[in-house]
Design a protein around this ligand. Structure first.
Ligand code: SAH
Length: 371
């Protein structure tokens, strides 16, 4: 779909409605990809006045500890020259600002590369990081130097594919129109049984199996580059550690969950990340999987408690806010368990601070806190 089509009268909903009326239902992946492209293209969705709040916008401590993690693994890898800081979907550029400030105190001052498709967010990023280099996708990133890569709440925005078990077997889950002209999920007509992993093939009628080929492709490309160029990566997102049946697709607008099919392009569509699968993909592509930890445990291991204490001593009037931010980032009932941190590195690079190779407990899909 071109930009002109997206801007057609009636917006994306009208474009989808015409497309479905003319050619039949579209896949969930198609719907999610176009809806998010439109959603991010023109707005700053972050913060209390926006639709959702991400960890770097909650506290500077989040980006600082990421910067220290990167500087630490870089130093223990022998301070290789010419490393690049790469961030996928940097939002307002807040995480990069905090991470690079902390990293520079540890002697790491890398070139900065951002992978970002949204013109509106690129504008905010440029104001915060005038010296950065922007990329539409990973293919144009430097290929001859180690990469220190960060992606926070990036994989969750990539389109998922869903398969649904019907009386007649597995079908792709699609988006159709009902008689009133509303978007509704429908089963496709083509048999898709061969696309369902054996472990789920006997799930009951109505069961949904969700995969994210786009997330697997990104992790595969990052892992391949780590293997050939050196470096390390952190993927942080909400997700689960073991494969599960069920849809995790959700829409959030103004801090509330809304109907995924109600207003394409006007709400943030996300799905939980299948961390077990992307870890396997990374290892198959030649990277070291350093482990996947709950965000709370990881931040605690990196010293968020001590950092919060020193910030509070320096700004006693803000002590309550710093305490509240620490709880929000780390408490199991908040972002501490549902959000996970996966570390990858080049073969020959050292282990990552705060990570271990024991899978975190599977989290209940229905207990998802709002992002
Ligand atoms: N990392 C930021 C923003 C998370 S929101 C934070 O934590 O605050 C998702 C980000 O990914 C946005 O910057 C969005 O524009 C970008 N994005 C979403 N899909 C993308 C894609 N396919 N390619 C590149 N960037 C994408």
């Amino acid at each position: 779909m071109t930009g002109d089509e997206r801007d057609a009268p009636g917006g994306l909903a009208a474009v989808f409605a015409r497309l479905i009326a003319a050619t039949g239902p579209i896949s969930i992946a198609h719907y999610m990809a176009e809806a998010n492209a439109r959603y991010y293209a023109s707005r700053d969705p972050f913060g209390t006045a926006g639709d959702f709040v991400t960890a770097p916008e909650i506290s500077q401590m989040f980006g600082e500890l990421i910067g220290l993690w990167l500087a630490d693994i870089w130093q223990r890898a022998g301070n290789p020259d010419g490393v690049c800081y790469v961030e996928l979907g940097p939002g307002r550029g807040t995480l990069a600002r905090d991470a690079l400030r902390a990293a520079s105190r540890a002697g790491l001052v890398p070139e900065v590369h951002f992978v970002e498709t949204s013109p509106a967010l690129r504008g905010l990023q440029r104001a915060a990081h005038p010296g950065a280099v922007w990329h539409d996708d990973l293919s144009t990133l430097p290929a001859d130097r180690p990469l220190l890569l960060v992606a926070n709440e990036f994989l969750d925005a990539l389109p998922v594919r869903q398969l649904v078990r019907t009386a007649g077997g597995w079908r792709e889950r699609m988006v159709g129109l009902n008689a009133a002209g509303a978007f509704i999920p429908v089963a496709g007509t083509r048999p898709m049984d061969a696309a369902v992993p054996d472990s789920f093939a006997e799930a009951g009628e109505g069961a949904i199996v969700e995969t994210c080929p786009a997330a697997a492709a990104v992790v595969q490309e990052v892992a391949g580059r780590l293997a050939s160029q050196g470096g390390a990566a952190l993927f942080i997102d909400y997700g689960y550690a073991e494969p599960q049946v069920g849809s995790t697709l959700q829409a959030v607008r103004a801090h509330q969950k809304v109907n995924v099919f109600a207003e394409p392009g006007e709400a943030d569509l996300t799905a939980h990340v299948d961390f077990g699968t992307v870890a396997q993909v990374a290892e198959q592509a030649g990277a070291r999987w350093l482990g996947t930890s709950g965000q709370g445990a990881w931040l605690a291991a990196l010293g968020i408690g001590a950092r919060a204490g020193s910030l509070a001593r320096a700004a006693p009037h803000a002590a309550d806010a710093i305490e509240a931010a620490t709880i929000r980032l780390t408490a199991p009932a908040e972002m501490g368990t549902l959000f996970k941190v996966m570390g990858l590195a080049a073969p020959g690079w050292p282990d990552g601070a705060g990570l271990n190779r024991v899978s975190p407990a599977t989290t209940d899909r229905d207990s998802a806190a709002l992002p």
